[in-house]
Each structure stands twice: as structure tokens, then as C-alpha cells.
Design a protein around this ligand. Structure first.
Ligand code: AMP
Length: 389
């Protein structure tokens, strides 16, 4: 099976070739035909499976048949990074179609976006809040909309965007094709799908399971030794690009600074950074000039860099879903990747949940030569005592 089977418009096929895709991934294989028939589709697929191209290619094909210069496809994304990235995929795959797309999100000037929107944009990739601002201001008009995509719906729910999505839906009066992508299917998302979709085709790829190309290892350690262990792991492991996840923005900054002091090329990505700094951080990591990126969950959403060899969870993720999303950043498509997680005694319940999901015990490793018995430094004990922890 190759991409010729879908009979895409030649200008779309040119994009497929330019990106070097030869064989469709399973989600593409199963979702593209019903999308091309105009059916509503629910795609249950994790990141890294090629889900973006699975909806972008049929959209490009459809819009390319009769370009009109008005907004005909809307993709709603939970984060700016994912919106930017989806826009990039559209620009890459659609480079020969002449179709124009734009990413719309908060934190940047509305006026600049309004100017861009006047360029005859046919595809908008938007985060819910800023999209609503434009809809209410009348600077985005969805009266010609043909296709609506809700991407990473479960994450949208986690981030509290469901009311915004419902508000957006009230602004779309005409009949449309709806596609909903999600890594998991919580009850609220099922309800939303039932309400807004018409006889949807379900395409399910490896439901809530991490990609098979990723190996998982746990490193039990006391909280105060995490950074020391992280440095030792980095010293002893052959890595290409490393993405490190922390639980909080503050910790992402702190760990990044500690690694910089240890002589590594590191940048951090967290929600407090202004957009241009986030983009610079991502660009450095993407082009390989920076080998280590320390990020929080939300900031790292949608990062699409094929060469990430290792994901290191400095903190155990809150849920198994978060774990899947995080490690979906490595082992993408057919590359191999390693997921390393630093765990403390407090993480036992989360580890059990993860082992149940993976249906296998996870390997627990101790690093040879690392001093696991070092006590908590005196000054930290004092801080803890003062706070009566
Ligand atoms: P996604 O799941 O959409 O985030 O895609 C993950 C990665 O797979 C991206 O880097 C895509 O460019 C890449 N990709 C998507 N489809 C294919 C394909 N058919 N062959 C090779 N790579 C692909």
C-alpha cells in the first residue's frame, strides 16, 4: 500500500514526495479513505503515529479541487506549539497547492493576525481562546467552513477548553465534516462527539498504548538526588537529543540552569516564556544546536522532532495519559527511543497504574557507582523544617 492509492491531487502528492513519505502509517491508511468520502471520523491515535498528515492530506486534497479564498477548514489545537506545528505540516505538505494557512493563538498581536487573515486564508489552525476573540470581533468568519478538526481532544478537556469549544461550535451554522482526534476517549469527549458528529467512523490505533519502538526504564532515587542522578545518566548514556520533563515551570528552569552549570547545552520551554523565546528554544532544539530541552507537559505539547533519542521524566507524570504523551516525543514513526523515568517512593501508585497499562513490570535500574545514600543537604532540611513539612 502506498500513497498513490488515495488518488490525491497531484499538487498534494508533490508535497508527500517532498517530505519523503512512502508508506502510509496505520492511522493514515484507515482514516484517509473515510475522510475523503466526506464522512465524520473519530481517530483514536497517540502522537507520533502520523495523525496530523492523516487529516491534513485529505483537507488539502478537498480544498485544492476548487480554491475559494475563504476559510474552509478549521483545526482547533490545545496549545500554540501544536498549532504552529500543524501549520508547518500544512505548509510542507501543501507547498505546491497554493493554499494558505495561518496559526492563531494568544500572546501575540491580534492586529498582525487580522492582517494575515486578509490574505485569502483557507485553513486556520487555532487555539480556542484567541479563536473566540476573533469570532466575537468578527475578524474570522466561518460561514464558508466545510471541515472542522478537533485535535488532541482529550488534552483540550484536561486544559479546560471544552466550554470554549462549545462556544466555537455555536458560531458554525452550516453543515460541515467533523474530525476528532484524541489519544484517549474520556466520557466527556465521547459525549461531545455524540452531540456534534454525524454517524462517525471510528478509527482506533493502538489505543492508549505507547509506541512499540520505545523502551521504558525506571530509576528509583530519593527526591534530593534527582539532579545528581540525571547528570550521571547524561554522562554515561549515548544520546542524540534529550527531552527532559519536569512537573513545574519553576523546576524546568532550575534543572536547565543546573545542567548549563554542569557544561551542557540546554534550553528550557515552559509556559511563562514569551512566544519568541519559546520558538527560539524549539528551533535550537530542532536544528540540533541545542541537545537538551527541559520542558513542562503543556509547553512540550506537539513538539515534533524526529531525532529525539531520549525522553527523561525528571518527575513521574501525573497520569498514564501524560506518560504516553510525553514519551510519544521519542520513538516517532519507526525510529527507536528510550524513556527514562526518575521515581521516588511517593510514585508507587502511579508506577502500578503504568505497569497495568503496559501489561508488564517495568525494569528498575540502579546506576553503577552512583552514591544513592547521600543525605539531604542541611540547608534543605532547614527549609523543610521551617515550612513544617
Ligand atoms: P504526528 O503523529 O502527526 O505528530 O507525526 C509524527 C511524525 O511522523 C512527523 O514527523 C511526521 O512528519 C511523520 N510522518 C507522518 N506520516 C508519515 C509517513 N507516512 N511516513 C513517514 N513519516 C511520517
Amino acid at each position: 500500500m502506498n500513497f498513490e492509492t488515495f488518488s490525491f491531487h497531484p499538487s498534494v502528492m508533490a508535497g508527500v514526495r517532498a517530505l519523503g513519505y512512502s508508506i502510509p502509517t496505520p492511522i493514515q491508511l484507515h482514516a484517509i479513505p473515510p475522510i475523503m468520502q466526506g464522512r465524520d471520523v473519530i481517530g483514536l491515535a497517540q502522537t507520533g503515529t502520523g495523525k496530523t498528515a492523516a487529516f491534513v492530506l485529505p483537507i488539502l486534497h478537498r480544498l485544492r479541487q476548487n480554491p475559494q479564498g475563504s476559510v474552509r477548514a478549521l483545526i482547533i489545537s490545545p496549545t500554540r506549539e501544536l498549532a504552529e506545528q500543524t501549520c508547518e505540516v500544512i505548509n510542507d505538505l501543501g507547498s505546491k497547492t497554493g493554499l494558505q494557512s495561518v496559526a492563531i493563538y494568544g500572546g501575540v498581536s491580534m492586529d498582525v493576525q487580522i492582517k494575515e487573515l486578509r490574505r485569502g486564508i483557507e485553513i486556520i489552525v487555532a487555539c480556542p481562546g484567541r479563536l473566540l476573540d476573533h469570532l466575537w470581533k468578527g475578524t474570522i468568519n466561518l460561514s464558508d467552513l466545510e471541515i472542522l478538526v478537533i485535535d488532541e481532544a482529550d488534552r483540550m478537556l484536561d486544559m479546560g477548553f471544552l466550554p470554549d469549544i462549545r462556544n466555537i461550535l455555536t458560531c458554525i451554522m452550516n453543515e460541515r465534516q467533523t474530525l476528532l482526534l484524541s489519544a484517549t476517549m474520556p466520557a466527556e469527549i465521547q459525549r461531545l462527539a455524540l452531540e456534534i458528529m454525524h454517524d462517525p467512523v471510528n478509527v482506533q490505533i493502538d489505543r492508549t498504548m505507547p509506541a512499540k519502538t520505545v523502551s521504558h526504564t525506571l530509576y528509583p532515587v530519593q527526591q534530593h538526588l534527582k539532579t545528581a542522578l540525571l547528570k550521571e545518566i547524561l554522562r554515561k548514556t549515548k544520546t542524540k537529543s534529550v527531552l527532559i520533563f519536569t512537573r513545574t515551570k519553576h523546576r524546568a528552569e532550575r534543572v536547565a540552569q543546573q545542567l548549563i552549570r554542569a557544561g551542557y547545552q540546554v534550553t528550557s520551554l515552559q509556559g511563562n516564556l514569551p512566544q519568541h523565546r519559546r520558538q527560539a528554544a524549539l528551533e535550537g532544539f530542532r536544528n540540533g544546536s541545542i541537545k537538551i530541552l527541559v520542558a513542562t507537559d503543556i509547553a512540550a505539547r506537539g513538539i515534533d522532532i524526529l531525532s529525539i533519542s531520549h525522553v527523561i521524566n525528571y518527575d513521574m507524570p501525573e497520569s498514564t495519559d501524560d506518560y504516553i504523551h510525553r514519551i510519544g516525543r521519542t520513538g516517532r514513526v519507526d525510529k527507536n527511543g528510550d524513556a527514562l523515568t526518575l521515581v521516588t517512593d511517593a510514585d508507587e501508585a502511579k508506577i502500578n497504574a503504568l505497569e497495568r497499562l503496559l501489561d508488564a513490570p517495568l525494569e528498575r535500574l540502579t546506576l553503577q557507582g552512583f552514591d544513592y545514600s547521600k543525605p539531604v543537604p542541611q540547608n534543605r532540611k532547614l527549609v523543610s523544617n521551617n515550612r513544617k513539612i
